[in-house]
Write a protein that binds this ligand. Structure first.
Ligand code: HEC
Ligand code: HEC
Ligand code: HEC
Length: 339
C-alpha cells in the first residue's frame, strides 16, 4: 500500500528508482544507446496527459512537482484495495444502507436477473419500428431481445447481461447471439447498449434515445437498428459505465480524466505508470522502462483501462456508498477513522 500511497491526491509524488528495474537485454549496442538517449530525454521531459486540473504522468512526475506539492504519503482512499463495498457498511449504518437500497442510484446498473429486470419479457410484448419488429422473451433463466425485419431478411438475437436504470426507463446491455455480421464481430463479444428499452410508467417498449452522439432525433433520421451497415455500436464500458457504476477513483483518473477534472478544485498530479504497475499489473507491470513504450503503446495501455468492464473491475454496478464517500476500508476496520 505504501508504494501506491506516494502518489495520490492533491499532489502525487512518484518514485522512479531506475537502477533497480529489470530491463530486457538487447544484443544491439546501437539500439541500446538509442534507448538510453531516449530514457534520459524522457527523464527530463516526461510525457503526460492533461485535462484542466488533472495531469496523468507517464514517464515520471517532475521534481518541480514532487518537491513543492502536498504529498499524502501514508494515506489513500482511492486505490481499489481501499474500497470495502456497500455490504460492509450495513452493520453500523443500517438506515443509510436501507434508504440507499431503495434509491435509484443503487439500481442505475445491475446484472440482469429476476430481482433487477423490470421490462416485460413475458413474450407477449413487442414493438413495431421502422418496418421491423422487436420481441422480448425468456429462454430458461435468461433474457432475450429479438429483432426481425422480413423485407431485408434481417434477424438479430441478443442475450441480455445487465440493466441500466429503474426510475423512468430501463435500458439493457448485452451481446449479440445471432445476426447478419460474421462471428468475429465485436457485437458477439462486447457488452453494448441494446436498441430497445422499457418505459416503466407507460409499460411499453421504446427505441433508446440519447445514446449516440446525435442526441434525440426523429425516427427515420435516428440510426436504424435493423439496418446491417449503419446500426450503431455503443460499448457499455467506454460509453456509459463510468457514470452508471462505482469504480475506484484512481481508475477513474485514467478512465475519464475529463470527467474527474470537472471536480478537481486544485491541480492534481497522478503517476499513471506507477499506479498501474501497483494496481493493474496485467495492463502494465512496470518491468520495462516507461520510455521504451512508444506514444501509441502508451495510448493502448490507457485504452485498456477505458475498456474496463464493470463486472470485473468496478466496486459495484450502480452507484454505491463509496462513489461519494470514497474508499472506506480503513473506516470499516476502525470506525473512528473517518471515511
Ligand atoms: C464498525 C462500524 C462501522 C462500519 C462498518 C462503518 N461505519 Fe461509518 N461510521 C461509524 C461510526 C461509529 C461513525 C460516527 C463516527 C463519528 O461520529 O466520528 C461513522 C460515520 C460515518 C460517516 C460520517 C462521517 C462524518 O464525518 O460525519 C460516513 C460518511 C460513514 N460513516 C460512511 C461509512 C461507509 C461508506 C461505510 C462502509 C464502507 C461505513 N461507514 C462503515 C461506524 C461504522
Ligand atoms: C456523464 C455521465 C453519464 C454517462 C456517460 C451516461 N449516463 Fe445515463 N444517466 C446519467 C445520470 C446522471 C442519469 C440520471 C438522470 C436523472 O435521473 O435525472 C442518467 C440516467 C440514465 C437513464 C435513465 C435511468 C432511469 O432510472 O430512468 C438511462 C436509461 C441511461 N442513463 C442510459 C445511459 C446509457 C445507455 C449510457 C451510455 C450510452 C449512459 N446513460 C451514459 C449519467 C450518465
Ligand atoms: C450519491 C452520493 C452518496 C451515496 C451513494 C451515499 N452517500 Fe452517504 N452521504 C452523502 C453526502 C453528500 C452526505 C452528507 C450530507 C448529509 O448529511 O445528508 C452523506 C452522509 C452520510 C453519513 C453521515 C450522515 C448520516 O446520514 O448519518 C453517513 C453515515 C453516510 N452518508 C453513509 C452512507 C452509506 C453507508 C452509504 C451506502 C449504503 C452512503 N452513505 C451512500 C453522499 C452519499
Amino acid at each position: 500500500m505504501t508504494k501506491f500511497s506516494l502518489f495520490f491526491l492533491t499532489v502525487i509524488g512518484a518514485l522512479f528508482v531506475y537502477g533497480t528495474r529489470d530491463v530486457p537485454q538487447t544484443d544491439l549496442d546501437e539500439d541500446k544507446t538509442e534507448r538510453e538517449v531516449l530514457r534520459r530525454h524522457r527523464e527530463k521531459d516526461p510525457r503526460f496527459i492533461k485535462y484542466e486540473n488533472v495531469h496523468l504522468w507517464w514517464d515520471n512526475v517532475p521534481a518541480s512537482i514532487t518537491e513543492t506539492g502536498l504529498n499524502h504519503e501514508f494515506q489513500t482512499n482511492i486505490h481499489p484495495d481501499d474500497y470495502a463495498g456497500p455490504e460492509s457498511c450495513k452493520a453500523c449504518h443500517a438506515k443509510n444502507h436501507k434508504t440507499w437500497s431503495q434509491h435509484p442510484h443503487r439500481w442505475m446498473n445491475a446484472l440482469a436477473d429476476t430481482s433487477t429486470v423490470k421490462g416485460d419479457f413475458s413474450g407477449d410484448a413487442s414493438i413495431s419500428y421502422l418496418g421491423g419488429m422487436g420481441t422480448f422473451y425468456r429462454e430458461g433463466e435468461e433474457y432475450r431481445m429479438g429483432l426481425d425485419r422480413e423485407r431485408d431478411n434481417v434477424r438479430r438475437v441478443y442475450a441480455i447481461t445487465q440493466t441500466i436504470g429503474s426510475r423512468f426507463y430501463q435500458y439493457y446491455v448485452g451481446k449479440q447471439l445471432e445476426g447478419p455480421e460474421p462471428d468475429s464481430h465485436d457485437f458477439y463479444k462486447t457488452d453494448h447498449v441494446l436498441p430497445f428499452g422499457y418505459w416503466l410508467d407507460a409499460k411499453e417498449w421504446v427505441p433508446v434515445v440519447h445514446v449516440g452522439d446525435e442526441g434525440e432525433l426523429p425516427d427515420g433520421i435516428r440510426a436504424d437498428p435493423f439496418a446491417i451497415n449503419t446500426i450503431e455500436f455503443h460499448p457499455y464500458a467506454t460509453r456509459c459505465n463510468y457514470c452508471h457504476t462505482t469504480f475506484p477513483l484512481a481508475d477513474m483518473f485514467i478512465r475519464d480524466a475529463a470527467l474527474v477534472s470537472q471536480y478537481a478544485p486544485a491541480p492534481v498530479h497522478f503517476s499513471m505508470s506507477n499506479y498501474l504497475a501497483d494496481a493493474h499489473p496485467s495492463v502494465w507491470d512496470g518491468t520495462q522502462y516507461t520510455s521504451d513504450l512508444s506514444n501509441e503503446a502508451v495510448d493502448q495501455v490507457v485504452q485498456q483501462v477505458h475498456n474496463f468492464e464493470a463486472p470485473q473491475h468496478a466496486v459495484t454496478l450502480g452507484i454505491s456508498c463509496e462513489a461519494c464517500h470514497l474508499g472506506s476500508k480503513q473506516h470499516v476496520r476502525q470506525k473512528l477513522t473517518p471515511p
